[in-house]
Design a binder for this molecule. Structure first.
Ligand code: F6P
Ligand code: MN
Length: 359
């Protein structure tokens, strides 16, 4: 019976009882975000019936083609969370500048950062997509947030989560005390607690990387992947599976469910981009979730949550998942690699200097 299950609201109220001085604003913000995720889930599931498939013809600040659903999802996040008095400002992957609350909405104590529709290149092909969000404390509660207010390290997050719109819609959340999964009952319109205290095993036998970028990888990443591919005959002594969904949320969800490691490392494809994924609303929230589940989240060399952001749409190399695997990848990055014939065709990585200065 669903009535015996814990709803997201009940979970949040019970968490709040641990903090007697809390005002309830934080809970209402998470519930507002959950409303946005339900709206997006509905639109995603209707697909072509709702006329929401396709591009809008605009390019966002990231240089990516905006899909209609990117815009719908961005509006859903803003409309659901701007009115309640909990936030002082928002940063979205789809907006060049931070979103300032219009009059007459009161400015609150939190900052909301989000990727409204992660993996949106997968929409047309009906593969799982998701939303990712991070909540920080506003340095100047009650005032409009400036871009500088959002430039906080990932360790400062008070909550992080994602929704995955797959065969089922699930919301995975941490408020700093473990990672919990809530599955949406579409008819009741409620998220119910389905798994608690998710953990990522320290070892893995599955890894995710976009292998088409191989020629741009650092020698350390090539070494790690090559050793996995050698399987039981190689130095790792066991066989590995490869997975690549191209929706980060789907990869996170798989890793939280059955383990593994994910790499979108810094590479030499576009020297102006120090990685593919965005620090503030992709790597940091996922990093917080993974570390709360006992895994490790890294730039490839150091913990991603310790990285000081310098721009709201900053990109970063991102490696996360099984602790032992991520530590091995970090160790490989600390080693130096000779100018072998192989590394000469990617001169940027012929020496260890790039990661030394950049990270
Ligand atoms: O948001 C960026 C993103 O779509 C992630 O969800 C995904 O992991 C990655 O980019 C896919 O990248 P690529 O297109 O290189 O496979
Ligand atoms: Mn994304």
């Amino acid at each position: 019976m669903l009535t015996t299950r814990t709803t997201l609201t009940r979970f949040l109220i019970e968490e709040r009882r641990r903090h007697p001085n809390s005002s309830g604003e934080f809970n209402s913000l998470i519930l507002d975000v959950a409303v946005a995720c339900k709206v997006i889930s509905r639109q995603v599931s209707l697909g072509a019936l709702a006329g929401v498939i396709g591009k809008v013809g605009e390019t966002n600040v990231q240089g990516e083609q905006q899909q209609k659903l990117d815009v719908i999802a961005n509006d859903a996040f803003i409309r659901a969370s701007e009115w309640g008095g909990a936030v002082a400002g928002m940063v979205s992957e789809e907006l060049d500048e931070p979103y300032t609350l219009p009059e007459p909405y009161p400015k609150g104590r939190y900052l909301l950062l989000f990727d409204p529709l992660d993996g949106s290149s997968n929409i047309d092909v009906n593969v799982a997509v998701g939303s990712v969000f991070s909540i920080l404390k506003a340095p100047h509660p009650g005032q409009d947030a400036t871009a500088a207010d959002f430039l906080q390290k990932g360790v400062e997050q008070v909550a992080a989560g994602y929704a995955i719109y797959g065969p089922a819609t699930a919301l995975v959340l941490t408020v700093g005390r473990g990672v919990h999964e809530f599955t949406l009952d579409q008819t009741v319109g409620e998220f119910f607690l389905t798994r608690q205290f998710l953990t990522v095993p320290a070892q893995a036998s599955e890894f995710a990387i976009n292998h088409s970028n191989r020629r741009f990888w650092s020698p350390a990443v090539r070494r790690y992947v090559d050793e996995c591919l050698q399987g039981s005959a190689g130095p790792r002594g066991k066989d590995y599976n490869i997975r690549w969904v191209a929706s980060m949320v789907a990869e996170v969800h798989r890793i939280l469910t059955r383990g593994g490691v994910f790499l979108y490392p810094r590479d030499s494809k576009d020297p102006s981009r120090p990685g593919r994924l965005r620090l503030l609303y992709e790597a940091n929230p996922v990093g917080f979730i993974i570390e709360q589940a006992g895994g490790r989240a890294s730039t490839g060399l150091t913990p991603v949550l310790e990285h000081q952001p310098t721009a709201i749409h900053e990109r970063i190399g991102f490696v996360f998942g099984a602790k032992d695997e991520v530590e091995l990848i970090e160790a490989y990055h600390r080693e130096s690699y000779p100018d072998t014939d192989e590394s000469l065709d990617i001169p940027l990585y012929a020496h260890r200097g790039l990661f030394r200065s950049g990270d």
